[in-house]
Design a protein around this ligand. Structure first.
Ligand SMILES: Cc1cc2nc3c(=O)[nH]c(=O)nc-3n(C[C@H](O)[C@H](O)[C@H](O)COP(=O)(O)O)c2cc1C
Length: 177
């Protein structure tokens, strides 16, 4: 799938077929995630593959908006490694860039995925750290829930002229673009 097509047709998918995702494809998606830009090229990310039904059930208990995980073949927990940071405080941006690459690569491969948020909600961070035995310097950013889609979602146009400004903050009426 061509890049602009992937960007414009990706939607969050929350219903999945009962079918595994082959490990070779998971690796391909993770390789795409790891091509993301990062501050000082620090590559602060780690990825935890979640396939264990018990872990999925525990996730569902601690996160109110992730019930789809128990029906998905795969979750990928994207974590930031604070010990690798070259510019402190930027790990969520590194890991978000990786997450977005991951979602686009999944979509371009025919998979469906949804980003479920963890950081910066303290309670969720604590609970995910417990579930996955994360050491102090590893912080969970979000969980991508992934599978072969069992729902169709249409692309929607989101281009919004009002969000575009020219050289300084200004009302749309005066941008001249
Ligand atoms: C940081 C972040 C956290 C999100 N958390 C959740 C979540 O917990 N559960 C969920 O179902 N969707 C979650 N989403 C998905 C958004 O609801 C979704 O991206 C948005 O509604 C736009 O729809 P689209 O992804 O189909 O374009 C999250 C998205 C982002 C970027």
């Amino acid at each position: 799938m061509e890049l602009f097509e992937a960007i414009h047709t990706r939607r969050s998918i929350r219903k999945y077929q009962d079918r595994e995702v082959p490990f070779d494809l998971i690796k391909k998606i993770l390789a795409a995630a790891m091509m993301a830009p990062s501050t000082g090229d620090a590559r602060t990310w780690h990825f935890i593959l979640v396939t264990d039904p018990d872990k999925k059930a525990r996730i569902r208990e601690v996160h109110p908006y992730v019930k789809m995980v128990t029906k998905a073949p795969l979750g990928i927990l994207v974590c930031g490694d604070l010990s690798r940071e070259k510019f402190p405080g930027f790990w969520p941006q590194d890991c978000s860039a990786a997450m977005q690459n991951l979602l686009l690569a999944a979509h371009a491969s025919g998979l469906g995925a949804v980003w479920t948020g963890i950081h910066p909600i303290e309670d969720r961070i604590t609970r995910f750290k417990e579930i996955f035995d994360l050491p102090d310097h590893i912080h969970p950013l979000g969980l991508a829930v992934i599978g072969w889609p069992a729902q169709e979602r249409t692309a929607e146009e989101r281009y919004t002229e009002e969000c575009i400004h020219h050289n300084r903050w200004q009302d749309r009426a005066s941008t001249g673009i």
